[in-house]
Design a protein around this ligand. Structure first.
Ligand code: HEC
Ligand code: HEC
Length: 270
């Protein structure tokens, strides 16, 4: 539809949408009168303002809470509820009334699509809610997740032996595949189900430590990108001669040296 065909009713609806969005930031004045229905500005200090006031977390307790929450709402709900729910408990109402269940959608890399690992997705949402500078914390958490043998945290209530594996990727599908390879178990086995709960606990535990560090001014992130990926990005990411992709993910799981050379790609020397 071209701009010219937008009628008055649609335009007002659009402006009302903007008014609503701005109200979340507590600044309706600029657009006052442009909305068809009055919107109530969010008073200072309510949960509509980001970031929420931060309260130092107990990483062990957050890890355990994530393991327990996983049993109720899977991986993304598990990390988000454990981290943001712990802060909300300290802040009281209205924070405790946040609709935490919305994050059940992240299970299995978004309802079984095997895309972003739900425990990471929940943490990124939690970091966005609780940090004034979320990106470096998310970078550090994702870098850690894709390069370290996980789970590295053992909550109470585990029934099976913990088998750590390196995902090499922030995605659900490779994470589960690598674990199935390491453990010899099936993707729909009770062991795998528990492993993702333990992983949820480990990721929430790490995320709580990073948030605490940032809040205390002690946060020192490593580079989010490994040297091989950095080389690839030099040509293919922002500002490179190709600039035909966007990602901080390690390239290797999907574009190995072998698959690249099959297509005649130049050899990359590090
Ligand atoms: C010196 C610049 C440069 C670097 C570094 C570089 N590329 Fe490329 N890449 C190119 C160019 C130029 C093309 C297009 C022509 C070709 O295929 O060689 C290309 C093509 C590609 C393609 C599409 C064609 C194919 O072979 O599948 C992929 C995928 C790719 N690069 C991935 C990577 C990855 C992964 C890395 C890091 C390991 C990387 N590139 C590093 C320059 C670079
Ligand atoms: C999760 C898998 C995955 C990861 C990780 C990944 N890619 Fe890709 N990439 C793909 C797929 C799938 C395509 C589209 C199919 C193709 O061209 O191979 C693609 C396409 C590309 C292309 C364009 C290829 C063309 O035909 O022109 C480039 C360049 C590229 N990727 C570079 C990278 C670089 C650099 C990284 C790391 C920073 C990376 N990719 C990480 C899966 C991935």
């Amino acid at each position: 539809m071209s701009n010219r065909t937008i009628d008055r009713r649609q335009a007002l609806g659009f402006l009302a949408g903007i008014g609503g969005a701005v109200a979340l930031g507590g600044a309706t004045k600029a657009l006052g009168g442009a909305t068809s229905e009055p919107t109530t500005p969010a008073p200072k200090g309510t949960m509509a303002r980001l970031p929420w006031p931060y309260k130092t977390l107990d990483p062990e307790a957050v890890g355990q809470r994530a393991f327990d929450a996983y049993a109720k709402g899977h991986c993304m709900y598990g990390t988000f509820e454990a981290i943001v729910g712990s802060v909300a408990d300290k802040l009281g109402d209205p924070y405790k009334g946040f609709p935490f269940e919305m994050f059940i959608y992240g299970m299995g890399g978004v309802h079984g699509w095997g895309t972003l690992c739900g425990s990471l997705n929940g943490c990124a949402a939690a970091i966005q809610v609780l940090s004034a500078n979320p990106e470096p914390v998310i970078d550090e958490l994702y870098r850690w997740y894709q390069s370290v043998a996980l789970p590295d945290f053992a909550p109470k209530g585990m029934k099976f032996k913990n088998v750590p594996s390196v995902a090499g990727s922030p995605l659900c599908h490779p994470s589960i595949a690598k674990w199935c390879e390491a453990s010899g178990k099936k993707a729909y086995s009770p062991e795998r189900k528990e492993r993702c709960g333990v992983l949820t606990a480990a990721v929430a535990h790490k995320c709580a430590m990073l948030l605490n560090d940032q809040a205390a001014g002690k946060f020192a992130p490593a580079s989010a990108v490994d040297p091989r990926t950095k080389t690839c990005m030099g040509c293919h990411e922002k500002g490179g001669p190709m600039e035909n992709m966007r990602s901080k993910q390690a390239c290797a799981p999907c574009h190995s040296d072998e698959t690249l050379s099959l297509k005649g790609h130049q050899k990359i020397k590090l």
